[in-house]
Write a protein that binds this ligand. Structure first.
Ligand SMILES: NC(=O)c1ccc[n+]([C@@H]2O[C@H](COP(=O)([O-])OP(=O)(O)OC[C@H]3O[C@@H](n4cnc5c(N)ncnc54)[C@H](OP(=O)(O)O)[C@@H]3O)[C@@H](O)[C@H]2O)c1
Length: 291
């Protein structure tokens, strides 16, 4: 075995939203970082659909963050076998190899392991995923517990980038160009900033925590209210924000939760990372959007 390099972290899925923030956070904390990528020349080459583990065996890692996954719930639903190979079978094959080498891991799970019918479920609340993505996250969580793998399981709610992406980008561009922005009146989000997820994951790894941990906001905000807040904060035309109920055809109910917040007391208490209010998170986010 090579000489221990106690200051090195491995980010599996370095191009992901969370993986990118984790690389930055680790470097800020003075750690060397290796990150995997499927892009040629962008990092350690690694593809979970047909993994060659050799590139990951060349250094000794103090911690590893398992971020790579098929993250689209629709894609998992459409290709359960292919996505399960990536999200469950090969993720676990990797986790077992890292465990054999004594690497402490953080596995990025999801609040989708719940059915969303209970407000603010705690870490030990019964899990009952409604879709394939959630079932795959649950399968990994169960294997980590069953096999006693050295890993913390971190379940974020809705992770937000610090720039306009996804639905926020759509609203922002529409309103900036004087077009209508349509936002759901029957769906809510519990946001958490990507930098806060990275900090939580890093602290879990650094202290070699195990078990399940939640990170999200302390309350929820409706998408329509979020769009109105964006317009207010950015001085964009509020009357162009239109509310509409999302239909079953647009977003099937298996991908929706009635209650989107999850109980985050444990991480607040144990790691000193209290959950923030959804509105405060979005206030700060929209404040930083380009002018
Ligand atoms: N974002 C959220 O709101 C959220 C919430 C809860 C949990 N999570 C979990 O947190 C983790 C990170 O999420 P994220 O939103 O940061 O992810 P993301 O931005 O959607 O990126 C997913 C990453 O996985 C990589 N990937 C996909 N298939 C792969 C394969 N076969 N082999 C290797 N890499 C593969 C992708 O590589 P390419 O760049 O090459 O496509 C991409 O870099 C995921 O496990 C996700 O399930 C995310």
């Amino acid at each position: 075995m090579a000489q221990a390099d106690s200051g090195r972290a491995l980010v599996v899925g370095g191009d992901s939203l969370v993986g990118s923030a984790l690389q930055e956070h680790c470097r800020k904390m003075g750690m060397a970082v290796d990150a995997t990528s499927r892009r040629p020349g962008a990092g350690l080459p690694f593809d979970l659909s047909d993994p060659d583990f050799a590139p990951l065996g060349r250094a000794d890692y103090r911690m590893a963050f398992l971020c790579a996954a098929v993250t689209s719930m629709q894609a998992c639903q459409q290709d359960p076998d292919g996505s399960r190979r990536i999200n469950v079978e090969n993720t676990l094959a990797l986790a077992r190899r890292l465990a054999d080498r004594g690497v402490h891991m953080v596995f990025l799970s999801s609040s989708q392991v719940f059915d969303g019918e209970t407000p603010a479920p705690a870490e030990d609340a019964p899990r009952a995923p409604k879709n394939e993505y959630g079932r795959q996250k649950l399968a990994v969580e169960e294997a980590i517990a069953r096999e006693d793998l050295p890993a913390a399981i971190l379940r974020p709610t809705k992770v937000l980038a610090d720039r306009p992406v996804g639905v926020f980008k759509g609203w922002f561009e529409a309103l900036s160009q004087g077009r209508k922005a349509q936002a759901a009146t029957n769906m809510a989000l519990s946001p958490v900033m990507v930098a806060d997820v990275a900090e939580a994951a890093w602290r879990l790894a650094e202290a070699r925590h195990r078990g399940i941990w939640h990170t999200g906001s302390s309350d929820a905000i409706g998408y329509f209210d979020a769009a109105r807040l964006m317009a207010e904060k950015r001085h964009l035309p509020l009357d162009l924000v239109e509310g509409q109920d999302v239909t079953e055809a647009q977003v099937p109910s298996i991908f929706r939760h009635r209650y989107v917040t999850i109980g985050c007391d444990k991480i607040g208490r144990s790691l000193g990372l209290p959950a923030k209010r959804a509105r405060d998170i979005l206030d700060a986010l929209f404040e930083g959007f380009p002018r």
